[in-house]
Design a protein around this ligand. Structure first.
Ligand code: 3UK
Length: 518
């Protein structure tokens, strides 16, 4: 038959092959007190694929997944991929208008969502113009008209399913990534991308193998967590520990003691909070099961690396990745850590640092980082102009400023745009500003990232008040809560400073760089 490309489906490499290799009875997932084997996981994945088929879902159709870190997440993700549909996991902490955007922008046909989050958005259902089916995950039976009960449908579905005839070039899944202006961008990843990141980063850098147990404090809906907690361990025939709760230091320490993982993944803010927690409570935890720790999402302060080593005799490998590249492409290595740097290029990737004219810069000069490697996304969904700016043939423009030293280590120097990473998650200053401007007291505002004593970035809002309003601690707290109630709560400004005016250019543009220096 002409026109049919050779078959490749990610669910075959990450799941079915494990059973063929005789790993069916090995543990894939530790979840609460359950141990889920590879065979059992394969059955759940097949069941969910069959649920989608029963809903008449076809290849290439998108499925929005709003799911906590549970085995159901993985069943929904690979179940969709297995039938050639395209899962889109999104953050579980967003506001109703964000979900409306994700659903309509992606034209998702099916929504898989936990009951408590569905309750927050169901009054908007008439706005979800492409959505046909809502599949609700709930411990209680779901008795709502026009919604499907996830567990009920799963139970009735067959545990047998073959992979659809997708190719390496087919879209496998999307992830949404935020930008400094405009709305989140749908990042289209292909069937082969996860395997590439697994082979090059997880195998080469982490030396992951079937005896490992991973625990990622970062959730599966982040590109970082998706590898850490799902396709790295599955690729290796290893195990993952899934925890649906918010990863407070206490939850994280207790999880490590209980499940004894060998690889831990966090973000700098969490490592900082963990140091704090130990100091404040005087508690001691046994981290002896771990062989390596990883940090990504934002730059890891050098002091944290040293402190962690002293406390637990463990390396933290800082590495930079992105949603577009899928996972980490510059990284420190086990036994070779340069504190404060992002390490060297991960084998399988190439990096170059260019000036504004596109010329390659010599070592030690700061410029724009471009990356090449086969896990890079195909493109953004329906963003023609943005695609031309960021995807140049084999090379992707990261938007990060870097220099390389004479030993080949890369040093992070900030973003080329105004975006901020707070606790490893994107925050757009413009979105926070727009929200503050909706408050009756705010005349003008500018939001910037300021670096605290640990070297981590926090959001700070400079606010000019309208006549008749006076600066006060009460108003400061009111503004913080105001933003929290309108945007995903991690976006609220941690610091507010009332000022008489904002620095501006002749054309009236706010000079954020001046505010950052204040
Ligand atoms: C910043 C870092 C300095 C940088 C991610 C690991 O963070 C991830 O993806 P996102 O799309 O953000 C990408 C941007 O975040 N960044 C990430 N890591 C570092 N800056 N040092 C670091 N170590 O601006 C980058 O462009 O949310 C991280 C794996 C997969 C990922 N998607």
């Amino acid at each position: 038959v002409r026109g049919i490309a050779s078959k490749y489906n990610a669910a075959s490499f990450f799941i079915d092959k494990k059973i063929e290799d005789g790993l069916g009875q090995e543990i894939a997932i530790y979840y609460k007190d359950e141990k889920i084997t590879y065979k059992k996981l394969q059955e759940k994945i097949n069941q969910f694929g069959n649920v989608l088929l029963a809903l008449n879902v076809e290849m290439e159709q998108r499925i929005l997944i709003v799911c906590y870190d549970t085995p159901d997440f993985i069943a929904a993700f690979f179940g969709a991929i297995k039938i050639g549909a395209v899962p889109i996991p999104v953050n579980t902490n967003m506001q109703p208008h964000d979900y409306e955007y994700f659903l309509n922008n992606s034209r998702s046909k099916v929504l898989v969502i936990h009951q408590n989050i569905w309750n927050l958005i169901k009054d908007r259902r008439q706005n979800f113009v492409y959505l046909e089916h809502v599949v609700v995950i709930s411990d209680e039976p779901v008795n709502e008209p026009d919604t499907k009960d996830f567990y009920n449908w799963m139970q009735q579905a067959s545990t047998e399913l073959d992979c659809a005839h997708t190719s390496r070039e087919d879209a496998a899944f999307w992830l949404y990534s935020s930008g400094s202006t405009g709305s989140p961008k749908g990042v289209i990843h292909l069937q082969h991308d996860m395997q590439y990141a697994y082979e090059n980063y997880a195998k080469n850098i982490l030396k992951i193998n079937k005896n490992d147990i991973t625990f990622s404090a970062s959730k599966l809906f982040f590109a970082y967590g998706l590898g850490n907690g799902m396709y790295f361990p599955l690729g290796a025939g290893a195990s993952t520990v899934l925890v649906p709760e918010r990863p407070t230091p206490e939850v994280v320490f207790e999880t490590i003691e209980k499940y004894r993982p060998t690889i831990f993944f966090g973000v700098p803010t969490l490592y900082g909070a963990m140091f704090n927690y130990l100091e404040q409570t005087g508690k001691k935890y046994d981290l002896s099961s771990l062989r390596v720790c990883v940090s990504a999402g934002e730059a890891l302060p050098a002091a944290y690396v040293t402190k962690w080593k002293k406390l637990f005799n463990l390396d933290i490998l800082d590495g930079i990745g992105s949603t577009e590249v899928l996972h980490i492409y510059l990284s420190n290595q086990i036994g070779n850590v340069r504190e404060g740097s992002s390490g060297k290029v991960v084998p399988g990737y190439e990096a170059k640092i260019l000036d504004e004219n596109g010329s390659i810069l010599p070592d030690k000069e700061i410029g724009n980082l471009w990356i090449k490697g086969d896990s890079i996304a195909d493109r953004y969904w329906n963003l023609h102009e943005e695609n031309k700016k960021r995807f140049h043939g084999e090379w992707f423009h990261t938007g990060d400023r870097y220099y390389r030293d004479e030993d080949g280590y890369y040093w992070y120097c900030g973003r080329a745009d105004d975006m901020m990473k707070i606790g490893g998650i994107w925050v757009s200053p413009i979105e926070v500003e727009s929200s503050l401007l909706e408050h009756e007291s705010v005349l003008e505002t500018a939001v910037v990232g300021v670096t605290n004593e640990d070297g981590l970035v926090k959001t700070k809002a400079f606010v000019v008040l309208k006549e008749g309003f006076e600066p006060s601690l009460r108003l400061e707290n009111e503004l913080k809560n105001f933003v929290k109630s309108r945007l995903a709560s991690y976006k609220y400004p941690r610091i507010i400073e009332f000022v008489k005016e904002l620095p501006k250019t002749a054309t009236g543009k706010i000079q954020r760089f001046k505010l950052r220096q204040l």
